[in-house]
Design a protein around this ligand. Structure first.
Ligand code: SF4
Length: 108
């Protein structure tokens, strides 16, 4: 079984939106950009996005993507069976490279 160096399985407790009005992520039009701005600095954005994609969450902004953006991504990558595995692997590889090159920003 693959064990991630970085993926947070208890990600919901670290969510940047945990203290915001839940309705603020379920908006339409230009308000979605404000909702996505909440996600920009979220340290568990990748985990959140993986969960939304794997569970085909239909509504709301999750992981910095609107439902429309997630649907487009799912259409572009129909063969992905586990977004969690895909994003975990990519995030871990990013972290390995970051450590090797001495850069300091975490993937999100
Ligand atoms: S990525 Fe956005 S929706 Fe997901 S936990 Fe973070 S702030 Fe909330």
């Amino acid at each position: 079984m693959y064990t991630s160096m970085t993926f947070d399985t208890d990600w919901a407790t670290q969510a940047a939106c945990r203290t915001t009005d839940p309705d603020s992520l379920f908006v339409q039009g230009a308000a979605q950009n404000r909702a996505k701005a909440i996600c920009v600095g979220c340290t568990v954005r990748t985990e959140c996005l993986a969960d939304a994609l794997d569970n085909r969450v239909e509504f709301g902004v999750w992981g910095g993507m609107t439902e429309r953006e997630r649907r487009a991504l799912l259409r572009r990558r129909p063969n992905v069976t586990s977004w969690r595995h895909l994003l975990q692997t990519a995030q871990d590889e990013y972290e390995r490279q970051r450590i090797l090159t001495g850069t300091s920003e975490r993937a999100s």
